[in-house]
Design a protein around this ligand. Structure first.
Ligand SMILES: *[C@@H]1O[C@H](CO)[C@@H](O)[C@H](O)[C@H]1NC(C)=O
Ligand SMILES: *[C@@H]1O[C@H](CO)[C@@H](O)[C@H](O)[C@H]1NC(C)=O
Ligand SMILES: *[C@@H]1O[C@H](CO)[C@@H](O)[C@H](O)[C@H]1NC(C)=O
Length: 345
């Protein structure tokens, strides 16, 4: 089917996603090999993306769509912006709260707003496209392109309306599939507003499909990379290290940030069993969100070293003097780069 024909079909079907479609017309966003019904479902899903803003006066989240006005008294002008994006979600969890709460995403958002009352914390809810069945994982992964674009349009709108005045004060944090979505957001903000976002954090960016990117026909996935923001840091918790099987490890081992952290070596986390890690349990994967949340209060010193074995044997000195940096939030000087290791207890 030609791009033109597909466009006409979609415009007729979904008049009010017209703007998203125009973006989709851009060749980067559209590929003949994605079946139109799947694309339509994605567009419908993107339309249902919600942005949850923290209301500090009642400890609740206020939900709005990309185009809804920002309610009075919810935005702290001049405050930092923390945009948090969840990953693939499970059906057994029914509500949005359960689905993204399971990953620890709400705890992370709450920790940020407790840390500094003037932070504007936003959780992006894309559970409509991120939820099982697993056969939809491919679709969920492809959707990260469109979800990221939607979030970029949302942020650019906030900037136009004066809510965001300084892109350096914006930090976007994404977990798993969200760990690649944040890269799309950063990339698109550069295209739309000509500015780089201050900081982008990938928490165990998803491995499945992304590790074999480019090998699937019609693949639109885009891997987080250090060009996406001024400072990009990645924490690896459940990475697949080739030649281990593709299934079972939920994160990617690709070193793609200015700084990449490998707690406990980056494959398996303390408190999770080897069996869990081999069988695709998200135990180690979820730890990345937990570490980020804990880092807001506790300090996690991570140090440069050539690899995990050398680090574990105590052969790399670990202190601030020897080049150590903090993993999580706050992180590092903008000049920090490379791979950092830390033993979690
Ligand atoms: C925030 O919470 C307060 C107190 O419950 C409430 O009056 C107000 O309407 C809420 N604002 C939004 C935007 O949810
Ligand atoms: C909270 O954030 C604001 C805006 O970034 C900053 O000026 C202030 O120092 C922060 N307060 C604390 C306690 O960190
Ligand atoms: C569409 O998919 C084909 C592989 O089927 C690939 O060669 C091409 O680069 C893709 N086009 C875009 C715009 O992503």
């Amino acid at each position: 089917m030609s791009h033109k024909l597909m466009c006409i079909l979609l415009v007729i079907t979904l008049l009010d996603t017209f703007f998203v479609l125009c973006a989709a017309l851009d060749r980067r966003f559209l590929n003949d090999t994605i079946p139109p019904e799947e694309l339509i479902r994605m567009m419908e899903g993107v339309k249902k993306t919600r942005y949850l803003l923290r209301n500090r006066s009642n400890n609740q989240w206020f939900s709005l769509s990309r185009r809804d006005p920002i309610p009075e008294n919810i935005w702290v002008s001049g405050g930092d912006v923390k945009l948090i994006i969840h990953g693939y979600t499970f059906k057994e969890w029914q509500t949005t709260e359960e689905k993204i709460g399971e990953q620890g995403i709400f705890d992370l958002g709450i920790a940020y707003s407790l840390k500094n009352a003037s932070s504007n914390v936003i959780l992006l809810d894309w559970t409509i496209l991120s939820t099982e069945p697993i056969s939809r994982y491919f679709e969920a992964a492809q959707s990260t392109r469109f979800i990221g674009r939607d979030a970029a349009l949302f942020l650019v709108r906030l900037a136009k309306e004066g809510y965001i005045t300084d892109w350096d004060r914006v930090h976007i944090i994404g977990f798993s599939l969200g760990g690649h979505t944040v890269g799309v957001v950063g990339h698109e903000v550069q295209e739309l507003a000509g500015s780089k976002i201050g900081r982008i954090t990938g928490l165990d960016p998803a491995g499945p499909l992304f590790d074999i990117r480019g090998e699937m026909p019609g693949d639109l996935t885009r891997f987080l990379d250090k060009e996406d923001g001024k400072f990009v840091d990645i924490i690896h918790c459940n990475m697949r290290v080739p030649p281990s099987p593709i299934v079972g490890f939920l994160g990617s081992c690709l070193q793609a940030g200015h700084v990449d952290f490998y707690p406990d070596g980056g494959e398996s986390q303390s408190g999770c069993t080897k069996e869990q890690d081999r069988t695709g349990s998200p135990c180690s994967h979820f730890k990345c969100v937990e570490y980020m949340t804990k880092s807001i209060r506790d300090k996690f010193l991570a140090c440069p070293c050539e690899n995990w074995n050398t680090f574990k044997q105590g052969k790399c000195e670990c202190s601030f003097q020897s080049g150590g940096v903090l993993m999580g939030d706050p992180c590092c000087e903008p000049s920090a780069s490379g791979q950092y290791y830390i033993q979690m207890k």
